[in-house]
Design a protein around this ligand. Structure first.
Ligand SMILES: C[S@@+](CC[C@H](N)C(=O)[O-])C[C@H]1O[C@@H](n2cnc3c(N)ncnc32)[C@H](O)[C@@H]1O
Length: 270
């Protein structure tokens, strides 16, 4: 009979033996895995359910594997100027490989300006569960020397983002973090929590509240998707607005609501 720890380590190696999950934060895999081992009848079921959950919160947004190695080559050939047209076209093409930024492409020219112009220029940004959103920096009302921190659960993604920061001489840092287990503690002007609360809710219903209250950010831009990955939208916006209201209930924060095509946003001033 193996101990609970041994069972968890076996589950971890089985889950990560698939390339699709190999780059995901070990903390998140172990957290979901431990819960599934406690809930399911046997290890096989727990492995399957752990993979399902990891798919729902992460891989589902990457319909095809993201070709980071090819992107690194492409990056080397690009000019070092973020405002250059060829650079903008390449960044938009790359954003198209992650569902969340792909959906944002049509509103990219104005969403960040509209949502953040009252606090511009941005001097420091913490992009939480960032996906490929840091590639939107040329479309953000940011100061030239903006500090950009970004985190997600994928090591290959954060590695690519660090190369992107370096190539364009952005004062940036991307790191792997499971936000259901710990809250980044750096002090920033604005934190972005875009379209991510539903993913955190799937793993831990208390994570979003903890994040919103513990973040050391003057402002937090929170958003929710207006439709599911499958395209369904019925009642979603109302549900998400209710969820947001519950999360901010009792706080003395100033909140501004904004509606964009495909995205419902709230700017919190703490
Ligand atoms: C809907 S996407 C949003 C991506 C990005 N914020 C945007 O709006 O373009 C959700 C993101 O959350 C990340 N994620 C899921 N669970 C997470 C967790 N526990 N901690 C940190 N990031 C997580 C996923 O990998 C994915 O990139």
């Amino acid at each position: 009979m193996s101990t609970p720890n041994e069972q968890l380590e076996e589950l971890f190696s089985l889950v990560t033996s698939s390339e699709k999950y190999a780059n995901i934060s070990p903390d998140l895999i172990r957290e979901i895995g431990a819960k599934e081992l406690a809930k399911r009848r046997n290890q096989k079921e727990a492995v399957k359910e752990t993979r399902n959950k990891l798919h729902q919160v992460g891989s589902a947004y990457q319909e095809k594997p993201i070709p980071y190695t090819a992107w690194l080559d492409e990056l080397q050939d690009l000019p070092h100027d973020l405002q250059d047209d060829t650079v903008n076209a390449a960044l938009k093409r790359q954003m198209g490989m992650h569902a969340s930024t792909a959906e944002r492409l049509s509103i990219l020219p104005h969403i960040f300006n509209d949502a953040l112009e009252t606090i511009a220029p941005l001097h420091s940004i913490l992009d939480l569960a960032c996906g490929l959103n840091p590639l939107c920096l040329p479309w953000m009302p940011a100061a030239a020397d903006v500090e950009y921190a970004a985190c997600d659960i994928y090591a290959d993604m954060t590695d690519y983002l660090n190369h992107y920061f370096e190539h364009f001489k952005i004062n940036g840092n991307a790191f792997v973090r499971d936000l259901t287990q710990s809250v980044p503690q750096m002090s920033v002007q604005v934190a972005l929590l875009l379209k991510t609360i539903p993913c955190l809710d799937q793993v831990d219903k208390n994570a979003a509240k903890r994040l919103l209250t513990e973040l050391q950010a003057q402002y937090i831009l929170v958003s929710f998707p207006a439709h599911s990955l499958g395209g369904k939208s019925k009642g979603m916006l109302q549900n998400y607005e209710n969820r947001f209201n519950l999360l901010t209930e009792g706080e003395s924060w100033k909140i501004t609501k904004m509606e964009f095509t495909g995205e419902l946003a709230f700017l919190i001033e703490k």
